[in-house]
Design a protein around this ligand. Structure first.
Ligand SMILES: Nc1ncnc2c1ncn2[C@@H]1O[C@H](COP(=O)(O)OP(=O)(O)OP(=O)(O)O)[C@@H](O)[C@H]1O
Length: 484
């Protein structure tokens, strides 16, 4: 390591406690430390050419630290800046990185880690900083939640922004893996290229290779013309391989070759094609167990697992639930459904729920609340009834919860719904709204059971294939990529 011990560090934070702690910790390692509680003093020091490194807070009385970043970078492009913030959203992490921060540290942080980051920042080579993206203040946050688990994820995402590293996202179903994959793309350097997703569990196994790599005319029966694969479609962008644990062995071997050699051939083709895609993979399965069972190639795992991101189940970050609920209620409101709030007792109950279906389950519940209940404030009774109704389904239609038939369950829901409107009537269009509520899970489950095979799903449902296709479109079910 270079001689960094005489470096001067400028610290700006309006919290005196933090200033003291940082002074002590950094002073102990031998740095010189100057602290201030406001942005203007920091700016003065920087513009006078002082300091070798800046550590700044975001929210300060006179100015937002993030707004200071571009100005500092302009006059002193080489000055390293570490941003610390208790305002912990993905946007803060991303903005800090976009505006040229060396590192972003969500508060509270580990002092040892901060000291390590400082030392890295001072010794890192002064390369031209990565191109900064346009930043859009009004941008909608794609990921909600400020739990420490989510903050760690934002931090990783911010770090990955300037890279093309392969990422493996693991987590239970509905924890937001696809959303994270999209954020990696949308905030990364390939954001102007395509984002292409493919779900291994939703495509018949025998078609996966040709879906991924494309095929030549005549490569197999039915291949009447050349078709581009997802690798080709994702050229210059990101390829999201969802449910990678379901990839058949031959496709695994082919994928491994692409990752090793950077080239692939189409099914039936001979000429190697250079691949220019960033790979993000995801799975809810335990890949190490699949490796042990001989169902997943270990060498492929290591090629994919360059940067692992583990999304924790919702029950491990229940402090995020109120914010997620507000977000989904607002979303429902923006779609024209009545706006609602949840009272505190109901909220507590929701925070205690185990959420086996994670954020997706929560999102669906909030949508039901917005669509099916007339009261503006949702109380504990409604929540209890809803959570009971979401109990695992039994295997026979007609034998629903508490021994009552499906029809009886539906009737009970509808009775409540009508009753909730007292003497008035619910908003017009009840028929379509209710039928949709039933159709959506039914079709979704049928597709899941047939691994996304629409012909089989149509047979199972007893529907004409075209009718099924239309319903999938109308209900906005995503089939080829993710089974919702
Ligand atoms: N942190 C979050 N903030 C806002 N919405 C979220 C968050 N996490 C998940 N969601 C929403 O929950 C739903 C499920 O997320 P997503 O499809 O990304 O999960 P997944 O882990 O990929 O699920 P699966 O493994 O079943 O494919 C989506 O509608 C997504 O928008």
């Amino acid at each position: 390591m270079t001689m960094t011990t005489t470096a001067t560090i400028l610290v700006a934070d309006d919290d005196r406690g933090i200033r003291t702690v940082l002074s002590q910790a950094l002073g102990r390692v031998g740095y010189e430390v100057r602290t201030t509680g406001n942005a203007s003093t920091l700016w003065r020091w920087v513009s006078e050419g002082e300091g070798d490194l800046v550590i700044t807070d975001v929210v300060m009385p006179d100015e937002n630290g993030l707004d200071l970043l571009p100005r500092i970078k302009k006059i002193r492009p080489d000055l390293r800046i570490i941003v610390m913030s208790a305002q912990n959203t993905l946007l803060t992490a991303v903005k800090a990185t976009q505006r040229g921060a060396f590192e972003y540290m969500p508060k509270p942080f580990d002092l040892k880690e901060l000291v390590a980051v400082v030392s890295r920042a001072l010794s890192a080579p002064r390369a031209a900083s990565s191109d900064t993206a346009q930043d859009d203040d009004e941008e909608k946050l794609p990921l909600i939640g400020r739990s420490s688990a989510m903050q760690e994820i934002y931090r990783t995402l911010a770090r990955l922004m300037g890279t093309d590293l392969t990422v493996m996202i693991t987590g239970e179903s509905g924890t937001g893996k696809e959303l994270v994959a999209r954020a990696l793309h949308d905030y990364g350097k390939r954001r102007n290229g395509p984002f292409v997703a493919i779900n291994m569990a939703a495509i018949p196994r025998e078609l996966i290779e040709s879906e991924l790599f494309g095929h030549e005319k005549g490569a197999f029966t039915g291949a009447t013309q050349r078709a581009a694969g997802r690798f080709e479609q994702a050229e210059g962008g990101t390829l999201f391989l969802d449910e990678i644990g379901d990839m058949p062995p031959e496709a695994q071997t082919r994928l491994l070759r692409v990752l090793q050699e950077g080239e692939y051939t189409t099914v039936g083709g001979r000429v190697p094609i250079r691949a220019n895609v960033r790979i993000v993979a995801a799975t809810h399965r335990d890949l190490t167990q699949l490796i042990r069972q001989g169902m997943f190639r270990e060498d492929l795992f290591y090629r994919l697992n360059v940067v692992p991101i583990r999304l924790p189940p919702l029950r491990e970050r229940s402090e995020d639930i109120p914010e997620l609920i507000r977000h989904f209620l607002a979303q429902a409101g923006a779609e024209g459904l009545p706006t609602k709030t949840i009272d505190s007792q109901a909220m507590e109950r929701l925070k205690r729920h185990r959420w086996p279906g994670n954020v997706r389950e929560l999102e669906n519940l909030v949508r039901r609340l917005a669509a099916l209940y007339s009261q503006e404030v949702i109380g504990i009774d409604v929540i209890e009834a809803e959570l009971a109704g979401g109990a695992p389904p039994t295997d026979v239609i007609g034998a629903g919860i508490e021994g009552e038939g499906l029809s009886a369950t539906v009737e009970r829901h509808l009775r409540d719904y009508f009753a909730n409107h007292g003497d008035g009537l619910p908003p017009a269009g009840v028929y379509d709204r209710v039928v949709r509520e039933v159709e959506k899970p039914l079709i979704s489950l049928a597709l899941e059971a047939t691994r996304g095979n629409q012909i089989k799903a149509a047979q199972l449902l007893g529907l004409n294939r075209n009718t099924l296709r239309k319903k999938i479109r109308d209900l906005e079910l995503q089939v080829s990529r993710t089974l919702k």
